[in-house]
Write a protein that binds this ligand. Structure first.
Ligand code: ADP
Ligand code: MG
Length: 669
C-alpha cells in the first residue's frame, strides 16, 4: 500500500524548521495526511481589476512607489503612495507601524505587487495593511480565488497553501480501497480525487463538489470506526471466560427500598443470561434519564463478586464518580464488600489503593479516566461497567477490557437513540432497553417562555423555596451567545451574591466538585451552569431548571437537562427560555418538550422534524472525536461504510486506521 500519506511532510517541502513546527502544531501532526486533512474554511477572491473589485475584497495591483507620508505623531496613520501602470494613485495605509521597516520594504521608485483589503474612499482607493508585497513578476500568484485555512499565531495562510499544494503535487495516485463498483454505485469520489477537490478553490464556488469530497472522507472515517468496532467485538468474543452464575450470597442480603421495575428486571435477566453463558458479555443498557440503570449495574457487579471476581465502574466525570461511590456504598452497607474510588485529581492513597486492587481486597473500583492508567491492575477483573458509554472511545474501552481476566462489559447510556439509528451506533453491542421509569415519578412541568418575560420569571423564582439550576449555552467568545457572566450579574441584581454560583467546563475539577458539593448540601440557591451538570448529577432539592437559549439545544439534550430535576418528592419545573426569533420548527420543538416526557419518543420526533443531522450535535452527544462525520447526520454514510467494510482487503485496514489516527485522539463509538 502506498505509504506517501503517512510519511513526514517535511520530506516534500522546502521550509525552515520553525515553519515545519508551526505547520505541525496547526495541523496536529507531522505526516503528509495531517496537512491534507487540514481543510480550508473559506475562499477569498483577490481581484486584479481596480475598476471592478468589490469593496473590502482583496485587491492585487502593481504599484510604483512614489512617495511616503510619515505622520508627525506615532499614533496617526502612515501612508505610502503608489502609482499603477495606468497612472492611478493608490494609498497604502498602516496603523501601529514601524516606519523604518516600511521605508525599507517600500523604497520610492521601486515596483511591487501589492495586495490587501481595498476600499474606495473620497481620497481614492486605499489598501490597508497589505498582506502581500512581492516582486512584480509574482503578479499571477496573487490574483484569483484563494483558499483560507484555519491558522495559529505566526503561521501564514500562504505557508499552508504552499504546503498543501506541494504535497498534492507530490502525491501519487493512491490505489483506492473502495472498489470501482462501490464508487460508481454510490456516486463517490476516489480518495485522491476527494483530497484534491477539498483543496481546490473551485469547490467553494460549487458547494456540491466540496460536499461530495467531504462525504468521501467521512465515509472512510466511519469505515475505520466500523472496522475498529468489529475488531473490538471479535477480540472480546475470542476471549476466554467462565460462566458467572449468581449463588445468592450477596443478592439475598441486598435490601432495596423499592421494587425493581419490569424493565429493570428484564434487563437483569439479559445480563444473567450473558454472564452465565460462558461467553463474554458485551451489552448496552439504554435507558432514559432516571430510569434506574445504576441499580441494575450494581446488581450485575454483585453477581461478579459472588463469583470471586472484581468489578469496575467507569464514569466520565469526577462528580458522577463520587456520587456513584456514595450511593453504592450506601446500598451495600450490610453486604460487607470493599469498594474504592480512583480519581485523576487525587493520588494521595494511590499506591495503597493499587496494592489492594492487585491482591483482590478491593472488590469494586469506581473511577474516571484514571482507570485507563497502566499501573491500575486488578487481581481478577471479571466485569467492566461503563456509564454514559458514548463519552468513551473504542480504544479506551479496549484498554480496560485488556485488564480483564474475564471480559464482561456492561455499557450504559441515557442518550436515547431512535431505533432507526441504533444499528449504526451500536453495531458492536447487544442492547437492552429500560423503557418505563420507576413508578410515582412526577411529570416535570415544562413551560416555554420568551426571554422578554424574564422579570416575571425572576419574581416567581424569588418566591419559591427550591434550589434552581440555570443553564446557559457553552461559553464561546466568538458568538453572540449570552455570556454566563452577564447572566450572573443580572441574577445577582435580584438575589444575594451568596445565593448564586457559577459552574462551567473551564473550571478546575476540584473547583467544580466543591461547588456541586455545596449546592448538594443546600448552601446556595441558584447554580448558573453550562451543560457540565448534564450527566447523572443527582440533587434532590433542586426542583427547578431554567434553560436559557433553549432553542439552541437538541431535544435529546434538553431532555437530559430536564432530568436533573424532579428527583426528590417535590413537584418539579423546567422553564425553557428562548430568545427570539424562533423558527416554526423551533417553536414546534419546544412545544414537543412540553407534551412529550419520554426521551425515546422525543428523539424520534426530533428526527422527524429536523432529520438525523441535528438530533445529536457533536458536542451534545459526546460523539465529538469523529472529525469528518458524526453518526447521527451520517446514517446513510454508515450504511455505505458498513458495505465497504465487508469487502475490504484486510491488508488495507491498518493503513486506513493509521491515516485517520490523530495525535491524542480516539474514535468514539
Ligand atoms: P439513571 O438511569 O439516569 O442512571 P439512576 O440509576 O441514577 O438513573 O436512578 C435514578 C433514581 O431512581 C435513583 O435515585 C434510584 O435510587 C431510583 N430508582 C432506581 N430504580 C428504582 C425503582 N425501581 N423504584 C424506585 N426508584 C428507583
Ligand atoms: Mg446514571
Amino acid at each position: 500500500m502506498n505509504n506517501f500519506l503517512v510519511q513526514p511532510f517535511k520530506n516534500f517541502l522546502k521550509a525552515s524548521q520553525f515553519t515545519e513546527k508551526l505547520l505541525e502544531k496547526c495541523c496536529l501532526g507531522s505526516r503528509v495526511i495531517d496537512i491534507l486533512f487540514h481543510f480550508p474554511v473559506s475562499v477569498q477572491n483577490r481581484s486584479g481589476d481596480i475598476n471592478n473589485f468589490k469593496d473590502k475584497e482583496k485587491l492585487t495591483v502593481i504599484l510604483k512607489i512614489i512617495d511616503h507620508a510619515a505622520p508627525r505623531y506615532k499614533s496617526s496613520i502612515y501612508k505610502v503612495f503608489g502609482e499603477t501602470t495606468n497612472g492611478d494613485i493608490i494609498t497604502i495605509r498602516y496603523f501601529n507601524y514601524n516606519s523604518a521597516f516600511i521605508r525599507r520594504s517600500l523604497p520610492i521608485g521601486e515596483i511591487f505587487v501589492v495586495s490587501g483589503v481595498a476600499q474606495r474612499t473620497m481620497e481614492g482607493i486605499q489598501i490597508t495593511h497589505p498582506d502581500v508585497i512581492a516582486s512584480s513578476n509574482m503578479l499571477q500568484y496573487y490574483i484569483g480565488p484563494e483558499l483560507i485555512y484555519p491558522l495559529i499565531s505566526k503561521l501564514q495562510n500562504r505557508t499552508v497553501q504552499y504546503a498543501v499544494s506541494s504535497l498534492l503535487k507530490a502525491m501519487p495516485e493512491i490505489p483506492d480501497w473502495v472498489t470501482a463498483e462501490t464508487i460508481s454505485k454510490n456516486n463517490l469520489m476516489t480518495f485522491t480525487q476527494a483530497l484534491k477537490t477539498i483543496h481546490n478553490p473551485r469547490s467553494f464556488v460549487d458547494e456540491s463538489l466540496f460536499a461530495s469530497a467531504k462525504k468521501r472522507i467521512a465515509i472512510d472515517e466511519l469505515l475505520v470506526n466500523q472496522i475498529r468496532l468489529k475488531q473490538m467485538r471479535e477480540s472480546i468474543s475470542n476471549c476466554k471466560t467462565k460462566p458467572l452464575i449468581s449463588n445468592g450470597d450477596l443478592l439475598e442480603k441486598l435490601v432495596l427500598p423499592f421494587d425493581l421495575t419490569v424493565d429493570q428486571k428484564s434487563c437483569l435477566e439479559d445480563i444473567k443470561k450473558d454472564l452465565s453463558s460462558g461467553k463474554p458479555m458485551n451489552r448496552l443498557i439504554q435507558g432514559d434519564v432516571g430510569s434506574g440503570k445504576t441499580i441494575v449495574a450494581f446488581i450485575a457487579m454483585l453477581i461478579a463478586l459472588e463469583n470471586k471476581v472484581q468489578a469496575t465502574f467507569l464514569v466520565p466525570t469526577e462528580i458522577l464518580a463520587t456520587q456513584h461511590f456514595e450511593s453504592i456504598r450506601k446500598m451495600s452497607e450490610n453486604l460487607g464488600i470493599k469498594i474504592d474510588i480512583i480519581l485523576s485529581s487525587n493520588r494521595r492513597r494511590r499506591s495503597e489503593q493499587i496494592k489492594k486492587l492487585k491482591n483482590g481486597e478491593t472488590q469494586i473500583l469506581i473511577g474516571t479516566h484514571a482507570l485507563f492508567e497502566d499501573n491500575i491492575e486488578f487481581g481478577k477483573l471479571g466485569l467492566v461497567i461503563i456509564d454514559e458509554q458514548h463519552r468513551f472511545g473504542v480504544m479506551q474501552r479496549l484498554s480496560l477490557i485488556k485488564k480483564c481476566q474475564y471480559p464482561n462489559i456492561l455499557a450504559m447510556s441515557a442518550t436515547p437513540i431512535p431505533r432507526t439509528l441504533l444499528l449504526g451506533f451500536y453495531r458492536d453491542l447487544d442492547v437492552s432497553t429500560i423503557k418505563t421509569k420507576p413508578e410515582g415519578r412526577k411529570i416535570i412541568k415544562t413551560t416555554v417562555i420568551g426571554v422578554s418575560k424574564i422579570n416575571d420569571l425572576i419574581a416567581r423564582l424569588r418566591e419559591i423555596n427550591s434550589q434552581i439550576y440555570w443553564i446557559c449555552p457553552v461559553i464561546e467568545e466568538s458568538e453572540t451567545l449570552m455570556d454566563i457572566n452577564t447572566r450572573y450579574e443580572y441574577i445577582t441584581s435580584h438575589f444575594s451574591r451568596n445565593d448564586v454560583f457559577i459552574l462551567h467546563g473551564k473550571m478546575k475539577m476540584q473547583e467544580k466538585d466543591e461547588i456541586i458539593c455545596r449546592f448538594k448540601k443546600g448552601e446556595f440557591k441558584i447554580l448558573i451552569s453550562t451543560t457540565v451538570v448534564e450527566v447523572g448529577v443527582n440533587i434532590l432539592n433542586a426542583n427547578v431548571i431554567v434553560i436559557e437559549h433553549a432553542e439552541r439545544f437538541g431535544l435529546a439534550q434538553l431532555h437530559q437537562l430536564r432530568g436533573r430535576v424532579g428527583r426528590g418528592n417535590e413537584k418539579a419545573y423546567c422553564v425553557l427560555l428562548y430568545h427570539s426569533p424562533l423558527s416554526n420548527i423551533g417553536k414546534k420543538r419546544l412545544q414537543l418538550m412540553k407534551t412529550v416526557t419520554d426521551g425515546f419518543l422525543l428523539s424520534e420526533e426530533d428526527l422527524k422534524l429536523r432529520g438525523a443531522g441535528d438530533i445529536l450535535g457533536k458536542e451534545q452527544s459526546g460523539f465529538n472525536s469523529l472529525r469528518f462525520s458524526d453518526f447521527s447526520n451520517n446514517y446513510d454514510l454508515i450504511k455505505i461504510a458498513e458495505e465497504i467494510s465487508r469487502k475490504i482487503n484486510p491488508n488495507n485496514i491498518k493503513f486506513l486506521s493509521d491515516i485517520f489516527k490523530r495525535l491524542n485522539e480516539d474514535i468514539i463509538a
